[in-house]
Write a protein that binds this ligand. Sequence first.
Ligand code: ACO
Length: 274
Amino acid sequence: MGTLGTYETVRLDHEDGITFVVMNRPEKRNAMSPQLHFDMHDALDDCIMDDATKVVVLTGAGNAFCAGQDIKEFFRASDKDPKARLRNRRASHAWRWEKLSKFPKPTIAMINGYCFGGAFTQVSACDLAIAADEAVFGLSEVNWGIIPGGIVSWNVANVLGFRDAMWFALTGETFTGKEAAAIKFVNRSVPLAELRDTTVKLAHSLQQKNPIAYRYTRDAIRSVRGMSVEQAADYLNAKSDALKTGDPEQGREKAMRQFLDEKSFKPGFGNFKR
Ligand code: ACO
């Protein structure tokens, strides 16, 4: 198990380079209590520090991925306690967005079941997302008189097309994993029985990538969306230069040698040999 700890509301299962970070309150459909936010923060730090963890897969225990914020423990319990509310809000944002969207290793959201409200943030923060066809998604906030807060609205507006974002936020209608793939909230969906194997296969393929090139690429795609074309050109040139000098594996040189001199790989069809 190495440096992976044990937590009250989060389970870490390690298997062949992959750490499954499991939101683990199945009796509450993995709704996010303050404790879950604190545990997630520490559990993800473990995954960063753990050399055996090459890819993180975020998922939920039982029949839910995550039923959103815990309405009782996250909201009602701190309604009259502004200090607790602030602390909870910070913890909630810190792991789901600040940590996860810039995670130093590849991340995949594996949506195995119910996915509501606040849970849309951690799905959007993961690099890639695969859902079960049978999963049930919903922006239910409007149904009980609040807005998709935190940064759910921001994520939904960024990830979905305008009409779909408006439709699902304003109607609160649920949609399946299959529909989530069709509107591109997730990359793809597969039958629940195939979800784990499909995710593991993807995780193993990401493990083959040059880690720093993978991370710079992910950061580039996320970052350029808010930039002008001039800013993007400047940023990407600077990052390309930084990658050339900062890659401890010297992947670019290795790949050129294998392609041009040894003729042992074709970059169009797969990775160079690391
Ligand atoms: N907050 C607190 N408790 C919850 C939450 C939640 N978000 N979701 C489920 N639970 C609890 C239920 O209260 C219930 O607790 P109990 O056993 O003590 O009564 C337990 O989890 C099981 O829930 P059920 O409703 O009995 O399970 P079911 O499988 O029938 O339904 C479903 C699951 C559809 C997820 C339903 O629980 C639900 O609608 N939950 C709320 C989903 C939601 O709207 N989330 C968004 C919250 S807002 C936000 O995130 C910003």
